[in-house]
Design a protein around this ligand. Structure first.
Ligand SMILES: *Cc1c(COP(=O)(O)O)cnc(C)c1O
Length: 386
């Protein structure tokens, strides 16, 4: 089928919620993608920080192949090994409590909201300006963006939006607060790192009031920042956290991970999902988690992140560079349009990147990217500015 025919099908049959770029991808390997014409692209978005292990990582492919021909689904009424092994590995590599598996990021946020409300009945949920936590009703209610929320009112009650200031946060959290939910690095709003002061204030306010501090690591986790989880570099340990995106090595999964204090709050019958932690996806996630938890890989992510930021900072049209590990963004100089630049990068330079706003472009390459790929991406961007 030609691209024109696909666009025809989309126009007629797809609910028009997506603004797609005019490229059809048919194959991926490592940090590279190929379109239907056989043209090769360098992928510095990784499916929005999903392919941290790279496209079609051989260990993920082997794990899926092995499991998909053996057993795909029995429901959570029975035992299967991959799901419980995955829960154990997630706990051991993070907060040490218990794990609820689900199928997406938004679902992980829903589970976190239910956990918080179950721990403190009817408690208020404090979220930050600029946050993105997903598109289902609970997650959307935690995502204070007018354009995303307004058409769908009324939202879930009990959310309070706070400025990204330690004082504002301290003032908002009290004995009626169920949780403070935040991304340690805000992804969709343009890779904005929360300050150490703000995170320390959140920890302190939650300790004093008994509220749960929940980190959304759906985008920042799985090695993206150069440690398996972003919280490891903040000096603050949350009471619970969410993972999704890269957790499945390219397949859909989400997880709520608790620390010990909250590990037995949700009880039998409180929450469930038919597909959650199925054997195929759990096998894929086990493989992806082992790859991303490798200390050598994580060291490389930190080094490559510095290399990428140095290269980006030298581009003539870049005003600011920020990020941690391979979770990076640039703000463009006056007069440059980020969506237009990202589109030209894709179509003219075969470089896959993404604009998070009118002047901001994000870079989230697979963590297995080569140093030469980083240099190549920067060169392609440099050519765009000429
Ligand atoms: C992508 C994302 C979500 C939502 O995940 P979905 O799988 O799209 O539902 C939530 N929080 C953060 C920080 C994200 O980046």
């Amino acid at each position: 089928m030609s691209l024109g025919e696909l666009q025809d099908l989309e126009r007629r049959y797809a609910v028009p919620t997506y603004a797609r770029n005019p490229v059809e991808f048919v194959r991926g390997a490592g940090a590279r993608l190929w379109d239907a014409e056989g043209e090769e692209y360098l992928d510095f978005l990784a499916g929005i920080s999903v392919l941290n292990v790279g496209h079609c990582h051989p260990r993920v492919v082997a794990a899926v192949r092995e499991q998909v021909g053996r057993l795909t689904h029995v429901s959570n009424l029975y035992y299967t090994e991959p799901s419980l092994r995955l829960s154990a590995r997630l706990s051991e590599t993070s907060l040490g409590g218990k794990v609820f598996l689900c199928n997406s990021g938004a679902e992980a946020i829903e589970a976190a909201i239910k956990l918080a409300r179950r721990a403190r009945a009817a408690g208020k949920l404090v979220v930050l300006e600029g946050a993105f936590h997903g598109r289902t009703y609970g997650a959307l209610s935690a995502t204070p963006q007018e354009a995303k929320q307004a058409p769908f009112a009324p939202l879930v009650p009990g959310f309070e939006v706070v400025r990204k200031s330690p004082d504002a946060l301290r003032a908002a959290v009290d004995e009626d607060t169920a949780a403070v939910l935040l991304e340690p690095i805000q992804g969709e709003s343009g890779i904005n790192l929360l300050s150490d002061d703000l995170l320390a204030a959140a920890r302190e306010a939650c300790d004093q009031s008994g509220a749960a501090l929940v980190f959304d690591e759906i985008q920042s986790g799985m090695g993206r920042t150069g440690t398996l989880w972003a919280y490891e570099q903040t000096g603050v340990v949350p009471d619970a956290m969410t993972s999704a995106k890269a957790l499945g090595g390219g397949l859909p999964i989400g997880a709520l991970i608790t620390g010990e204090r909250l590990s037995d709050v949700l009880q039998t019958g409180d929450h469930a999902s038919t597909f959650a932690g199925g054997p195929v996806i759990a096998s894929a996630a086990l493989a992806a988690l082992e790859i991303c938890a490798d200390p050598d890989l994580l060291t490389r992510v930190r080094e490559l992140g510095e290399r990428l930021r140095a290269g980006l900072g030298a581009l003539p049209y870049v005003a600011r560079v920020r990020g941690r590990g391979l979770m990076c963004a640039i703000d463009l100089a006056e007069g440059f349009d980020a969506p237009e630049l990202a589109r030209r990068a894709l179509l003219e330079q075969r470089l896959v990147i993404n604009a998070t706003g009118p002047a901001t472009i994000r870079f989230e390459p697979p963590l297995i990217v080569a140093a030469a790929d980083i240099d190549e991406a920067v060169q392609r961007l440099d050519r765009l500015g000429r």
